[in-house]
Design a protein. Structure first.
Length: 199
């Protein structure tokens, strides 16, 4: 028996994704935030492979990711575990072999997923992003950006874009229509610009 962490994704058809660690939950949040990701699911499959000695091994990747660039299989590990010899060798084998089956194999470290201030910025965006955006709202923000080049969070907080201005901006970020600098801590001066990913 293992504890599980529930995470309510809005990119997936399920009510909750179940992670086996808080780090997997951080992975779910990153995937929900990332506009290049279409959908994902936990514990998707079993992989059977041969190690260097020809011994049959079994591996259950943590997450299957369907991105615009194609399908991926993720393993989420703390860096100290990801760098263990047996895990590094498994990663080398699967990274080399799985592309012939149509998958990219990635090990995502907990340290990368929990990097600050990016993690807190993602949480902030996701807190407001669950409301869908109407076409008229999207057009309003796009027109404003074309006039000004950028929008600041303070304007949305003060109601310049209506009662749902904060929700509109955040949803457009996770859709890829807007971008913010994730390496700068979120504030009233956070700048939103036109995004490079179009979903």
């Amino acid at each position: 028996m293992r504890p599980t962490w529930k995470y309510p994704s809005f990119k997936n058809a399920v009510l909750n994704n179940h992670g086996e660690s808080p780090n997997e939950t951080s992975g779910f949040r990153w995937l929900d935030f990332n506009p290049e990701v279409l959908t994902y699911r936990e514990q998707p499959c079993e992989i059977v492979y041969l190690d260097d000695d020809g011994v049959e091994c079994r591996h259950f990747p943590d997450i299957e990711v369907l991105a615009h660039t194609g399908p991926q299989l993720w393993e989420v590990k703390a860096e100290r575990f990801a760098n263990a010899d047996v895990i590094r060798r498994r990663t080398e084998i699967l990274s080399a072999e799985l592309p012939s089956w149509g998958f990219v194999y990635r090990v995502m470290t907990a340290e990368e997923l929990n990097l600050q201030p990016r993690k807190d910025n993602i949480l902030k965006i996701l807190d407001f992003a669950r409301r869908p955006v109407a076409d008229s709202e999207r057009s309003m923000i796009t027109d404003e950006l074309r006039r000004k080049g950028q929008i600041v969070w303070r304007d949305a907080v003060e109601g310049k874009y209506g009662g749902y201005g904060r929700e509109i901006l955040c949803r457009l970020v996770i859709e890829g229509h807007l971008e913010i600098d994730l390496q700068v801590r979120f504030s009233d001066d956070t700048k939103f610009i036109l995004g490079t990913v179009r979903c």
